[in-house]
Design a protein. Structure first.
Lengths: 265, 297
């Protein structure tokens, strides 16, 4: 970790994080305010005008009644995956590949700091920003539901949903970071990172639409858990471990590759 | 001491540098010259450790460019051939950032450099002119008072006044015993500052010598205005002299020492209106290495 570099990276990227904060907090507010603890049926009726497949693809489940599984399904089923994904793709490119592409990295390398330290600092910023994103969203979610529907939210289960979603997004962040370290051109780094992650997310959505397509879902790293089941008490530690391990492997490989590779700067 | 040992560094396109080998002694200023795409920046990438050579190695003060890249940077000042700064940074913010990254703060020297180049670093770098960006890069490479400089076209984008200021700066650093490798296209700046010159062409070193020897060893230039241009060129060609035609019916011929007699006798075969011995500048010497093989005189 190099503190001055971390501060510079923060200065250049906090606005990006803020935008995604604003969008996700807005959605969270809308979703929580739409919840009606007395009459889920009335709310579901509003959505009946839409095709059922569309709703399931979005991760909306109609079998839910409590607010924890409601948020798990309606918020963490797609929105908390899709928006952070865009953030990961943009940030991942900015942290490394963009600086190689425009050659500004040569200034960092003309200071007595090793490549490993430089790139680890960038990776730590990426992971920390995802952590802060979900920690704050979790806090706001708990705060909002407590003020509107006190006592209804299962905070423990909601924490678990946030934890696994955070780890999943850290894994996605590391995919983008890995390609950013691998390629010397933004175009290639962005292309492969967004290609792999967006296809995975689409596979997850497609797999949700019907039982027959479930196999597609289980092939995607997005489709390995169901937030509604977690809300109802499913255990997640195994999957947490898998996502964490994958993220760590990608992080280490990215650092090793970046340390060895030729930089045309 | 900068050492490049039998370095071959090729790209996937097959271009690159081949078996480049030279050493720059402590306190020596060396000019690194060559046409565009000859391999100057590639050599510098090897020296800085940005790219691992296919073969051979580079070292600075005995430290390996790849293995000890971090250690080397403590005593190195580097100017990149292509100035690309970070987005949305102010000039003064950038200089402070570089000081912090180096954990070295010499504000007296920084102030001196800013005054020398008349640079006000405030404001967004993005809005800076090319010359201002170049000055900012120069200041950043010199402000920590390193012992060794690797400078890739350091004066590109600077106006003639500032180019002179830069020459002053280099001469001052030279007097303080610094070791400098400088790639350049500005012959004047090389002529004024460098002790030795290395010329690279098509990825291979074609000349390596100190400036004085280079000047002395060179061929004499003659400028003749013949009465009949056609006759004269025919006769010269028949005797195997390479010549170039200049405006106003003037022929320029470069001749090595042992051929002067033959040249005088050959030119006696046609009528001459005017005859001049040219004072050959270093630029003329370098120019021989710049063109393609066919136009080498």
């Amino acid at each position: 970790m190099i503190l001055p570099l971390f501060i510079k990276t923060l200065k250049q990227n906090w606005k990006l994080l803020l935008i995604f904060f604003a969008v996700l907090i807005m959605y969270m507010g809308v979703m929580i305010s739409m919840y009606n603890p007395d009459d889920m049926a009335a709310m579901l009726a509003i959505l009946e005008a839409l095709p059922k497949e569309l709703l399931t693809a979005m991760g909306f489940s109609d079998s839910i009644t409590d607010i924890t599984s409601y948020l798990g399904s309606w918020l963490y089923g797609l929105l908390m995956l899709a928006f952070p994904l865009v953030y990961c793709i943009i940030l991942g490119n900015r942290l490394v590949a963009k600086m190689v592409d425009n050659k500004s990295l040569s200034f960092l390398l003309s200071t007595p700091n090793s490549r490993i330290k430089l790139v680890v600092t960038q990776g730590v910023y990426a992971l920390l920003s995802i952590f802060v994103l979900f920690a704050v969203l979790f806090g706001i979610g708990v705060g909002l539901t407590a003020s509107i529907y006190p006592g209804l939210l299962n905070v423990g289960a909601f924490l678990k949903i946030n934890l696994i979603t955070m780890l999943l997004n850290m894994f996605v962040m590391m995919i983008c970071f890995f390609f950013s370290c691998l390629f010397n051109e933004s175009k290639q780094a962005l292309g492969l990172a967004s290609g792999i992650t967006i296809v995975s997310l689409l596979m997850n959505m497609l797999g949700n639409t019907s039982e027959d397509l479930n196999i597609i879902k289980s092939l995607s790293f997005y489709g390995l858990y169901d937030p509604v089941e977690i809300a109802l008490g499913a255990e997640i530690w195994q999957l947490c471990l898998i996502y964490s391990a994958l993220a760590v492997v990608l992080f280490i490989s990215a650092v090793v590759i970046f340390n060895k590779k030729r930089l045309p700067i | 001491m900068i050492e490049v040992k039998n370095m071959t560094l090729t790209y996937s396109s097959g271009k690159g540098i081949f078996d480049v080998d030279f050493a720059i002694k402590d306190g020596e200023v060396t000019g690194y010259l060559g046409p565009n795409g000859a391999g100057k920046t590639t050599t510098i990438r090897g020296i800085l450790g940005f790219m691992k050579p296919n073969q051979g190695s580079c070292s600075i003060n005995g430290l390996d460019s790849i293995r000890d890249a971090c250690e080397i940077q403590k005593t190195l000042g580097y100017i990149s051939g292509e100035m690309a700064f970070f987005d949305d940074m102010n000039g003064d913010e950038f200089l402070q950032f570089m000081q912090k990254m180096r954990k070295e703060k010499n504000n007296a020297r920084l102030k001196e450099l800013l005054e020398l180049f008349e640079l006000d670093p405030r404001g967004k770098i993005k809005r800076f002119s090319k010359g201002m960006k170049q000055k900012l890069g120069i200041v950043s490479a010199f402000m920590h008072d390193p012992d060794i400089y690797v400078l890739d076209e350091p004066t590109s984008g600077l106006d003639p006044l500032m180019q002179n200021r830069f020459i002053e700066l280099i001469l001052k650093e030279k007097a303080r015993g610094k070791t400098i490798l400088m790639s350049s296209h500005v012959f004047e700046e090389v002529e004024k500052t460098c002790d030795t010159v290395i010329i690279i062409k098509d990825g291979r070193i074609v000349e390596k010598s100190d400036i004085l020897t280079l000047k002395n060893s060179q061929r004499k230039g003659f400028s003749i205005k013949p009465s009949n241009l056609e006759d004269a060129t025919k006769i010269l060609q028949a005797s195997g002299f390479d010549y170039s035609l200049k405006v106003g019916g003037i022929i320029q011929v470069f001749v090595t020492g042992e051929n002067i007699d033959k040249f005088i006798k050959t030119s006696a075969k046609f009528n001459i209106d005017n005859f001049d011995v040219m004072k050959q500048s270093l630029e003329d010497i370098f120019m021989q290495y710049y063109g393609t093989k066919e136009d080498l005189s």
